[in-house]
Design a protein. Structure first.
Length: 180
């Protein structure tokens, strides 16, 4: 089975296991989507397709339906795996999270904690670190320029912005540590 294509450039992938959901959402085929995320399977397709995706905090959204017995899933699975929303804007993302978060009778590990309204954010109160690239990985010039431009816009709007010094990554070691 072939992976779904990116709707904005058919020569590229929509990414991850929620790629079809992100592609359908970004083209207006659906108002929102629900995806699964263990290793960026919501977040990468959302980024690739120009929509928003959220991997909720552990124990916020029931794993019922994704696992036969969600309460019996090992801690490592509960920590890494989740079900989360995808939407075309942050407000819809928050709305869908509020609907799907909390206990459902099948996954008893979830506390009945309501999702709070999104607070208004004053950029002048934020400290933001950005990285235009990861050491050892190539980054397209357009992407680097876009990240640097966004950092400058945030700084001009009053946020405290500085470039992060990132360590060199060994993705193969990271995957091994995660059990993959």
């Amino acid at each position: 089975m072939a992976a779904p294509s990116n709707p904005w450039d058919l020569s590229r992938t929509a990414g991850g296991s929620s790629g079809g959901a992100a592609a359908a959402l970004s083209t207006g085929m659906t108002p929102f989507e629900i995806g699964t995320d263990m290793q960026d399977s919501i977040r990468l397709p959302a980024a690739f397709c120009g929509v928003y995706g959220l991997k909720p905090t552990e124990h916020r959204v029931s794993l019922a339906g994704a696992f036969p017995d969600p309460t019996g899933a090992p801690r490592s699975v509960r920590l890494m795996s989740c079900i989360g929303p995808l939407a075309r804007n942050v407000e819809d993302l928050a709305l869908i999270l509020g609907i799907i978060a909390g206990p459902d009778g099948s996954d008893t590990d979830l506390a009945p904690v309501p999702v709070e309204d999104m607070p208004e954010v004053d950029l002048k109160t934020l400290r933001i670190a950005f990285a235009p690239a990861f050491p050892g990985f190539p980054v397209a010039g357009e992407i680097r320029a876009a990240v640097e431009s966004l950092a400058e816009q945030l700084k001009s709007a009053g946020a405290a912005v500085e470039e992060a010094r990132l360590p060199t990554l060994d993705l193969h070691d990271d995957l091994t540590q995660g059990g993959a």
